[in-house]
Structures are given as C-alpha cells and as structure tokens.
Design a protein around this ligand. Structure first.
Ligand code: NAD
Ligand code: DAU
Length: 340
C-alpha cells in the first residue's frame, strides 16, 4: 500500500485531528485531504498548527452530500479513505437520533458509493467497541462477537459497519474496519467524560457521575489509537475487522476520583446524577488480533496518558474556553472567509 492521496473524513474532530497531526509528521509524500462538515464537534482550531502544511487540504462538506463527495473523489482520485466522520456522543443520540442516521448510516453509504465508482485501494472505517453491546462482570469483546448495540449511536455505528461489509461482499470495495474502546487525550470535546471531569474539577464545579458510577470503560490514549489506525491502513488485511483496546478497565467513579486527586481537589465535588437511559455496563476489548497479526501495541501507559491529558487541559485553557463560550465557531469564517 503506497497511497499518494488520502481522504480523511471528520478530521476536525477529536481523533481525526490527532491522527492528522501524527500522520503529517511521518508521511511527507502523501496529500492529505480533510473533509469535515464542522458540526458543533468539528473545531479547526485543533488543527491550527498544521493548516499551512502544503500536504494538508481542508474542505468543508457533508459526507452524506453525494454530488459534493463525488466531485471531491473526481478531483483527487483518492488511493485511500479513512472514515472518522460521525455523530459520536451517546447522550446526544438519545436526545435526537435523526442526525446519527443521516451521518453515520447515510453518510457512510455515500462514501462507499463514491469509493465504488471511483475506485480506492483501501477504505478504512472507524467503528467502536459499542457495537458489541454491554458486558457483564467478566469476558471481553473479540472480533467475532455478535453486534448487539443498545443506543441510537451504537445502533447507527453497527449499521454503518454492516453496510461497509456488504459493499465489500457485493461490490468488492476493499474495506477494513477498526473497533476501538474509549479514547482520551488532547483536543477531546468537553462534553465527553474525561475532559468534562478535568475541566469541572479545575473550576471547582461538580463532577456529574451517572447512576452508581460503577459502569466500566476500557480507556486508550488517543495517540495509541491513531497508531493502530495507521497500522491497519498500511498493513491490515482487506475485509478484516480489528479490535483496538487500551486494556485499562476503570469504573467511572474511580476515574473521577483519580482526576480529582491529581488536581488536588476534594471528592466532595462528585455528584451522583440520574443514569443515562440504556447505559451500557461494561466494555472490554481483546486486541490480540491486531497485536499478533500486525504487531501493534500501546506505547503510553495509562498513568502517562492521563498525566499528559491533564497537563494539556491545564496548558490549553484557551482552547476549551473558546468552546464553552462558542467563540471557536468564528474560526472558520476568519480563516476561510465564509459563514460557518
Ligand atoms: P468527534 O465527535 O470529536 O468528531 C467527529 C467529526 O466528524 C467532527 O469534526 C464533525 O464535524 C465531523 N462530522 C460530523 N458529521 C459529519 C458529516 N455529516 N460530514 C462530515 N463531517 C462530519 O468524534 P471522535 O471522538 O473524534 O470520533 C471519531 C470516530 O471514531 C467516530 O466515527 C467515532 O464513532 C469513532 N470512535 C470514537 C471513540 C472515542 O472514544 N471518541 C472510540 C471508538 C471509535
Ligand atoms: O467506547 C467507545 C465510545 O466511547 C465511542 O464510540 C463514543 O464515540 C464515545 O463518546 C465514547 O462513548 P461513552 O458513552 O462510553 O463515552 P462518554 O465520555 O460519553 O461516557 C463515558 C462513561 O462516563 C459512560 O459510562 C457514561 C459516563 N458519564 C459520562 C458523562 C458525559 C458520566 O458518568 N457522566 C457524564 O457527565
């Protein structure tokens, strides 16, 4: 696999922006096109340091807009696609599912159709451990675990995975699917658990813990996820699914306590609140396949990753206060000259 042009969708989001930064550091012979709709979760300020890189090109658009997507494929003749673009927040999917179907399902199909029409060498679809559903106290998800999603978000992601598989079987689109556990790290939108806990603790605000706080997530530092995606892009086997996990299972309330103690704050800031409807109890990934077959492994211990993340939110207060104030939405107009 020796791509000359790579389409990244959703590159202004949390994982996409981290991926773009890392990728541009080590690949200087590939044109990287970032297609992002700039929803509330898309933030070009997360890419400020790479926007003048000659190998980086930004387009604002919707992955579900078929004529637009086709024009882009026609113009660039992409060798590879990595589909990060999605509505990604479970709580929002409970409040308003429609946009999750529009982007995660219809948008993915639109990209698959363009890949079919114009031809690509690889189509990497970024999925999630949530498609497998919820675990009890023991066991781990493997790639052959049946999908059994519980939220509108995870149902839309599982649906997109099925479309991706069908486009391979029926139309021979060369797809690969990655399913990762919960990411944390720099540039994560402050509605998600870890940044919300850090930012609230920094401001001496209450930390909302859903239900009994004993739901377990398997946390992975975002750079490790990005390196896994890069590995799958270059070395993964067409048609395969790869699980990616951090092997760091922690109940939510323990994570919140850890963050409070690292910031020197009192546990009295913990506030138990009404549970999320349909709240999955536990996720845990078995990542043996990508480790054994492709040689990937995590390089950031949980201790290092969490320390880097807390430090980043302390050092980059301007980045997140511009989100909480809504000012980040002005950046696109300032740089590109049109309304957001
Ligand atoms: P995010 O919400 O931070 O970013 C999503 C990006 O997609 C934003 O920039 C947004 O503007 C863009 N987008 C949304 N709708 C679009 C559309 N119709 N057209 C073009 N762009 C659109 O999400 P994230 O946390 O970076 O997640 C990225 C991907 O990784 C998602 O597919 C998600 O399901 C998956 N994933 C996330 C995690 C996690 O812990 N965050 C774990 C596993 C998998
Ligand atoms: O597992 C991968 C998934 O991780 C991704 O596919 C999703 O895109 C991503 O959003 C994330 O989903 P979660 O629902 O697990 O993440 P979230 O950060 O919303 O919540 C993590 C846990 O913390 C979950 O058990 C709910 C709980 N929680 C969350 C928030 C926002 C709280 O207790 N309080 C909160 O305020």
């Amino acid at each position: 696999m020796n791509p000359k042009s790579l389409l990244i969708t959703g590159g202004a989001g949390f994982i996409g922006s981290n991926f773009i930064r890392l990728f541009l550091q080590s690949h200087r012979d590939i044109e990287l096109v970032n297609l992002d709709k700039l929803t509330y979760a898309g933030n070009l300020e997360s890419l400020h340091d790479v926007e003048s890189d000659l190998h980086y090109h930004f387009y604002r658009g919707d992955i579900a807009d078929a004529p637009f997507v086709k024009r882009l494929f026609h113009e660039w003749h992409f060798d590879a696609v990595i589909n990060f673009a999605a509505e990604s927040h479970v709580d929002r999917s409970i409040l308003g599912p429609q946009v999750f179907i529009d982007t995660n399902v219809r948008g993915t199909m639109t990209l698959l159709e363009a890949a079919r029409e114009f031809g690509v060498d690889r189509f990497v679809h970024i999925s999630t451990d949530e498609v497998y559903g919820s675990l009890g106290a023991t066991g781990k998800f493997v790639e052959t675990t049946c999908v059994s999603p519980n939220s509108p978000y995870s149902a839309s992601k599982a649906s997109s995975d099925m479309l991706v598989k069908a486009w391979e079987t029926t139309f021979h689109v060369p797809i690969l699917i990655t399913r990762c556990s919960n990411n944390y790290g720099p540039y994560q939108f402050p509605e998600k658990f870890i940044p919300l806990m850090i930012i609230n603790a920094m401001q001496n605000k209450e930390l909302p813990i859903y239900g009994d706080g004993l739901n377990v997530r398997d946390w992975i530092f975002v750079d490790d996820h990005c390196r896994a995606i890069e590995t799958v892009l270059f070395r993964g086997k067409i048609g395969e699914v790869y699980n990616i996990g951090g092997s760091n299972e922690i109940p939510n309330v323990e994570m919140a306590k850890l963050i409070l103690s690292k910031l020197g704050k009192s546990e009295s800031l913990l506030k138990f609140v009404t549970d999320r409807p349909g709240h999955d109890r536990r996720y845990a990934m078995n990542s043996d396949k990508i480790q054994i077959e492709l040689g990937w492994k995590t390089t950031n211990s949980f201790e290092e990753g969490l320390q880097k993340t807390i430090r980043w939110y302390i050092d980059n207060e301007k980045w997140w206060t511009r989100i909480t104030s809504g000012e980040y939405k002005d950046y696109y107009k300032k740089q590109y000259g049109t309304e957001r």
